[in-house]
Design a protein around this ligand. Structure first.
Ligand SMILES: Cc1cc2nc3c(=O)[nH]c(=O)nc-3n(C[C@H](O)[C@H](O)[C@H](O)COP(=O)(O)O)c2cc1C
Length: 156
């Protein structure tokens, strides 16, 4: 099955997750939507979309890609994931809020993979938000490899 993992990242955690997922889904390819906004999914049997959540939302380029490829995405085996620091119901809600109900319903696997707070990658405003809202003052690495493994198993 020809599979592509398309992701959109702000600070690199979603890229890391996409690459970890690639190793678990034999023969899959990884593509940054920002670098290839017009990427053609037609030749693929399966598509996985991944986005980085900031202030509750994934990047515009991922939303745009979903809108532009809406019809074709329904014809594919579909997986959806987000990178975020919320967990449980809050994280699940963020997946549902960032993809259309139709896409969410048609996906065979959906999950959140955790994320990273790395202050060296954040601008002044982002540092302020993380300290003030999330009350986090030190770097945190919270990528959940177990969830990535389970997602890959479910997807296959
Ligand atoms: C300014 C800022 C706002 C964030 N807002 C949220 C949020 O609303 N919900 C959440 O679960 N995580 C939030 N996060 C955590 C990010 O989802 C996490 O850092 C993730 O690893 C980002 O992925 P990326 O490195 O691929 O951009 C926020 C992080 C930053 C820096």
């Amino acid at each position: 099955m020809k599979t592509v993992i398309l992701y959109s990242t702000r600070h690199g955690a979603t890229k890391k997750c996409a690459e970890l997922l690639k190793f678990k889904i034999f023969g899959s390819e990884v593509v940054d939507i920002k670098e290839q906004p017009g990427f053609d999914i037609e030749p693929y049997d399966a598509v996985i979309l991944g986005g980085s959540v900031q202030a509750g939302t994934v990047k515009r380029e991922l939303k745009k890609f979903c809108e532009e490829n809406r019809k074709m995405l329904f014809q594919k085996k579909l997986g959806l994931f987000v990178c975020c620091m919320y967990e449980g119901d809050k994280a699940q809600t963020q997946i549902q809020m960032n993809f259309s109900a139709e896409l969410y319903e048609s996906a065979v696997a959906t999950d959140y993979f955790g994320g990273i707070f790395d202050f060296s990658t954040l601008n002044f405003f982002e540092r302020f938000i993380v300290k003030a809202v999330a009350k986090v003052k030190e770097n945190q690495f919270n990528i959940k490899e177990d969830r990535i493994t389970k997602f890959a198993e479910k997807f296959k």
